[in-house]
Design a protein around this ligand. Structure first.
Ligand SMILES: [Zn+2]
Length: 80
């Protein structure tokens, strides 16, 4: 069962994603073709903006889906 804390966290995460996509549309943020970590172009999905802290929705690292999974797995987020 989801706790209130994790629901609030998901909402925070969702809002950061909305802000990021808005910035891309407005040309404030550019989505590159290649992963900033492994330098590969993802074969199935677009590069994903990985947030280190959701306080800064535009401060993202551009990762392919594999590197994004790894980033999540190792829990490098500022917010637990
Ligand atoms: Zn990668």
């Amino acid at each position: 069962m989801a706790s209130k804390k994790s629901e609030a966290y998901r909402e925070f995460q969702r809002r950061a994603g909305v802000e990021m996509r808005k910035a891309i549309r407005q040309g404030l943020l550019e989505r590159p073709d290649l992963c900033s970590r492994c330098g590969k172009r993802p074969f199935d999905k677009a590069i994903q903006g990985h947030h280190w802290t959701y306080d800064l929705p535009l401060d993202v690292e551009w990762l392919c889906c594999l590197c994004d999974i790894e980033a999540h797995h190792y829990g490098n987020y500022a917010i637990p």
